[in-house]
Design a protein. Structure first.
Length: 421
């Protein structure tokens, strides 16, 4: 079975991700529009019920009728007329203790009001389930000569509210479908563009290509720095020899040889070590000195070789060191970077790589982003590569290892399975 069949091309994965994202966003937008319409209708229902209930409660004939021997005789027709004119679902007028004298269903007259009656004369709006089902209702006191002589409750059922929303749904659905269509077109264009760039390569193959590029870049930078440093020291030594200051020239050349030899000895002493990574470390040491950063490396001779290919190993180690040097360079002196290759205490067969620096630490918000998404601590664009730690995280995870971030000082700890012997 081909890699494309097993994993799908990168273009197809881009299409699926963009299409699914568009569908989720459209669904969320449609839900927001519906909920916003429901909130708007509910607010309108509250305002209307409050206005109508307050108007009815202020009518002199309502207070007078509540004092009559048979209040329903005058108030039931009044309530029915208001309901007919306003389209409200119910207008209930009641005595001070909550006995109905009007109701949409005449059989309910004489029974106790279902809802909240305020303990003090005040306007109160709520959602309550009564004889007509859930409704938004407002209750207002009817007063006469300073006392409460009754109450007026006006309500709109939740069903009526949604009946006003339903006519808007075709509009919401049309917007959602239009946006979804636009999203699918965008996904198709993204798929086409990705396929034009990457063909039918699986996403893993593209990651390998990026890793190869990163490896060449970081190794090239390291070797350039090493060549540049050696060139500067040779020019200085030659100038000192021309001035007759032989001892100082010898001291510079000896110091250069000593610094490089210490790291060479550590790399050579490690059994099964990767010579490509060793060359990278030599170059990065020179790069650190070039940037005014104190460099130290600790390589356990018994540290196993990881299961990573040379390209992936250079990409992981190089990007972590680059990240550390950028962080150290941006911090206050003393600036330093430390690299450790050793065994994992809990599993001696696994390789432990630690890269620490003198940077100011990683903010908590950025720490969460690194854990969840593998973002770099360096900016993207011209001021930083922006892909380094994401690539490190992907390579390490694919190999069955994991990355841990610690603070004070900032330390990236990578645990990798050892190469089978």
């Amino acid at each position: 079975m081909s890699a494309r069949t097993q994993h799908g091309s990168a273009a197809s994965r881009v299409f699926v991700v963009v299409a699914v994202s568009a569908a989720v966003i459209v669904a969320a937008l449609a839900a927001v529009l519906v909920l916003d319409a429901e909130r708007s209708e509910r607010n309108e229902a509250e305002e209307v019920t409050r206005a109508v209930a307050s108007s009815l409660a202020s009518l002199p004939e309502v207070a007078e009728s509540l004092s009559a021997p048979d209040p329903s005789e005058a108030l039931q027709p009044l309530a029915a007329d208001v309901m007919a004119q306003t389209g409200l679902d119910f207008v209930t007028i009641m005595t001070p203790d909550g006995i109905r004298v009007s109701h949409r269903d005449p059989a309910e007259i004489g029974r106790h009001y279902l809802g909240t009656i305020p303990s003090t004369p005040s306007v109160f709006t709520e959602e309550f389930t009564g004889t007509l089902g859930p409704s938004v209702r407002t209750i207002v006191p009817v007063t006469a000569e300073g006392g409460v002589v009754g109450w007026v409750s006006v309500g709109v059922t939740i069903g009526s509210i949604w009946s006003k929303i339903l006519p808007r749904l075709p509009f919401v659905v049309s917007i959602a479908l239009a946006l979804l269509a636009a999203g699918l077109v965008g996904a198709w264009l993204a798929r086409r563009t990705t396929r034009r760039v990457a063909g039918d390569l699986p996403a893993g193959t593209i990651r390998d290509a990026v890793a190869s590029y990163e490896s060449v870049r970081t190794l090239g930078e390291a070797l350039r720095a090493q060549t540049h440093e050696h060139g500067n020291r040779m020019h200085t030594a030659v100038s000192l020899l021309e001035l007759g200051r032989t001892s100082e020239a010898i001291e510079i050349l000896t110091e250069t040889s000593r610094q490089s030899q210490e790291l060479v000895d550590q790399v050579a002493a490690r059994r099964g070590g990767d010579p490509t990574v060793g060359a990278l470390l030599l170059g990065k040491a020179a790069q650190a000195r070039e940037r005014g950063i104190e460099w130290s490396a600790e390589i356990d001779p018994d540290a196993p070789r990881s299961a990573l290919s040379p390209v992936d190993a250079v990409s992981v180690v190089g990007n972590l060191i680059d990240n550390a040097m950028d962080a150290a360079a941006a911090a206050e002196p003393p600036r330093w970077v430390r690299v450790v290759f050793g065994k994992t205490p809990s599993s001696p067969a696994a390789l432990r790589l630690e890269v620490s620096d003198s940077g100011t630490g990683v903010p908590e918000a950025l720490r969460e982003r690194i854990y969840e998404h593998g973002f770099t601590t360096k900016p993207g664009g011209a001021e930083g590569r922006g892909v380094g730690l994401a690539l490190v995280r992907s390579i390490v995870a694919s190999a069955g290892g994991h990355v841990e971030l610690r603070d004070d000082p900032t330390v990236f700890v990578v645990t990798l399975p050892a190469r089978a012997t």
